[in-house]
Each structure stands twice: as C-alpha cells, then as structure tokens.
Design a protein around this ligand. Structure first.
Ligand code: HXC
Ligand code: NAP
Length: 284
C-alpha cells in the first residue's frame, strides 16, 4: 500500500527504540526511507536496533538517554541533529508501567512512571518544538498512549500509567492547536494489547490471564506489530497532513467491547438466540 519512499527526508527521533513496539516502528520507518535516531536507557538494545537497520541498508544512530532528565534529552537531541542535520519528526514511545494495588504504591513508584511517560514526553516535545519554531522548520510528533487514556476512562491497577497517558493525550490535543501555526502536527496512537517482552513481563500476571484476555477480545487475538507500525507511518507521513490532534485507537475493538452495556451477549449460545427468536415469531 505504501510507496517505499513514503518517509524519505524524515529524520526521526524515536524514544524507546531498542525494544518492543519502538523497535518495530524504527525498522518499518527505516524501510520506508526515514533515518532513525533511537534513544533509551540501555545501550545494547539500541545498538542492536541500529545494526539491524544498517544491515537492511537504512540509516540509524543512537544515544543512551533517560527521558526523565531534561538535560539528557537536550544532549541527545543535539547529537541527533549533528548526525542527521535537523531532526524533523519525534515519536514519544518510551514508557514505564506495572500492575499494582494503588494503596500500596510508594511515592517513588508513582513518580517513576509519570516521570518517564508524562515528563519524558513533554521534555522531548518541548526540546524539538522549540527548535522547529525558532528555525521555522515545522515538524511532526506522534505520541504512543493507551486505550485507557483515549477512552477517558482510566484503569484500575495501573493508576500511574493511566494518569500519565491521559496527560500525554491532553498535551497532544492542546499543542495540536497551539503549534499548528508553526506547521507542527501532533497526533497519538492508542494501542490495545500488542505482545512485547516489556509489557507482558510487567502486566500479564499469568498465562491463564493472557488466555482469558484473548478470549474476551472481540477478534480473539492480540495486535501484530506491523499493524501498529503501518498506522504510525501513515500518521507521520505527508498523506496525513490534515490530521492533527487526533488519537487513533488500534485495538481490534477491545475497549468498545468493555464499554457496550450488552456486549456480554457475545457469550450467548447460538441455540439461545434461536429459541428467543422463535418465541418472538410465535407471539407476532
Ligand atoms: C510496585 C513498583 C513495581 C511494582 C517498581 N516499583 N515496580 N512498585 N509494584 N511492580 C517501584 C519501586 O519499588 C521503586 O519505588 C519505584 O517503583 C521505581 O522503581 P525502580 O526499579 O527503581 O525504577 P526504574 O529503574 O526507573 O524503573 C522504572 C519502572 C520499570 C517503570 C519501575 O518497570 C521500567 O524500567 N519500565 C520500563 C519498561 C516498561 O515498563 N515497559 C512496559 C510498557 S507497556 P521505591 O519506593 O521502592 O524506591 C505499557 C502498556 C500499557 O505501558 C497497556 C497495556 C495493554
Ligand atoms: P517496552 O518494550 O518495554 O518499551 C518501552 C521502552 O521505553 C523501552 O525500550 C525502554 O528502554 C524505554 N524507556 C523506559 N524508560 C525510559 C526512560 N526513562 N528513558 C528512555 N527510555 C525509556 O514496551 P512496549 O510494549 O514496546 O511499549 C511501547 C509503547 O507502547 C509504550 O508507550 C507503551 O505504553 C505503549 N503501549 C504498549 C502496549 C502493549 O500492549 N505492548 C499497549 C498500549 C500501549 P530502556 O529500558 O532501555 O530505557
């Protein structure tokens, strides 16, 4: 569907690009002609992502950076600009999350997640936004949030993440308006469940819970990384130039299944439907 040079000319700063969905997006964007600058705290996964992109004929570089630290983000951004000329695209993908009973959380546990997700996304967005505004460059931002942020419903047991992702969504819609005059677009993606080591190890308490989650899913499956990477490529591309301040849910209908009052009727046997339908016909 996409032309192979869809993202040619893009120099993308992508946080959390060493693992999971960040890695999958980095590889896909590179395949579509973008140059990638990936950041995260651990060097090994970042190096591995870059080596894979280079092996496939793309352009990539990395820097270790904790996005909670504004000065570290400034330093990584400067290195990225040196490497590729001007960075013109930012993907805020880095996140922290875990399941816990909220009454048991320490202040530091709350701060750790909010620091990575909300403060980290703000640091990166402001660092590049300032440059793009001062140099009249324009730019493009994509924030990876979650369905419990997009649906404005939150979720128990992941309260720091729910608070932080809702904040990132508020930043998305706010800046879409404030920075539109600078030709800066800012959108979000709200993924449902996509298997990654980072998310599964922290959020899936057991195999049984995973199976139950899949069984409750309207499509009876989790997301595929290429499905999310393709959506991200489209939203960043010039094909989506008039999409601004939007949050696109990609979850196979999972959160809607939880929202609809009668959705549990999915569980009703075919025979029960037939009995009810037959009874109605007799009355008519
Ligand atoms: C309660 C916990 C905890 C847990 C850590 N803490 N894990 N508290 N339950 N399971 C507490 C610690 O005790 C500590 O508080 C504080 O959090 C900070 O922990 P550290 O390990 O010192 O912090 P740090 O090394 O900075 O690690 C941050 C982290 C970690 C968020 C805690 O999990 C991490 O690095 N995550 C990055 C990757 C990630 O989370 N990926 C999943 C994204 S998936 P004290 O008071 O003891 O000092 C996602 C999907 C959502 O977001 C939707 C899915 C469908
Ligand atoms: P992941 O592999 O654990 O990705 C998180 C990435 O963030 C890691 O590469 C991690 O690298 C980086 N990171 C964490 N803290 C950081 C910090 N302080 N500074 C810089 N980088 C940091 O998990 P994932 O599932 O791919 O998640 C990617 C994104 O998708 C996240 O925004 C997540 O909330 C979102 N999401 C995922 C799912 C899902 O089902 N997988 C569902 C909804 C939303 P280091 O540890 O090396 O720093």
């Amino acid at each position: 569907m996409f032309q192979r040079d869809l993202l040619k000319g893009r120099a993308i700063f992508l946080t959390g690009g060493g693992t999971g969905l960040g890695r999958s997006m980095a590889l896909r964007f590179a395949e579509l002609g973008a140059r990638l600058f990936v950041v995260g705290r651990r060097e090994d996964p970042l190096r591995e992502t870059c080596e894979e992109i280079l092996r496939l004929g793309g352009a990539a570089a990395y820097a270790t950076c904790d996005v909670r630290d504004h000065a570290a983000v400034e330093a990584a951004a400067a290195r990225a600009d040196q490497q590729f000329g001007e960075i013109n695209t930012l993907v805020n993908n880095a996140a922290g999350n875990f399941i816990a009973r909220t009454e048991k959380l320490s202040p530091n546990a709350f701060n750790a997640v909010v620091g990575i997700v909300l403060h980290g996304s703000f640091h990166c967005t402001q660092v590049f936004g300032k440059r793009w505004i001062a140099q009249k460059l324009g730019g493009n931002v994509l924030n990876i949030v979650t369905t419990y942020a997009a649906a404005n419903c939150g979720s128990g047991f992941v309260v720091p993440s729910a608070c932080a992702k809702a904040g990132v969504l508020a930043m998305t819609t706010s800046l879409a308006v404030e920075w539109a005059k600078y030709h800066i677009r800012i959108n979000a993606i709200a993924p449902g469940p996509f298997p990654t080591e980072g998310a599964w190890s922290r959020l899936m308490p057991s195999k049984q819970f995973e199976e139950r989650s899949k069984d409750r899913h309207p499509m009876k499956r989790f997301g595929r990384h290429e499905e999310l990477a393709n959506l991200a490529a489209f939203l960043l591309s010039d094909m989506a130039e008039y999409i601004n301040g939007e949050c696109v849910v990609i979850d196979g209908g999972q959160w809607l299944r939880g929202a609809g009052e009668f959705n549990d009727l999915m569980l009703l046997q075919e025979s029960a439907w037939e009995t009810m339908e037959a009874a109605r016909q007799k009355k008519a």
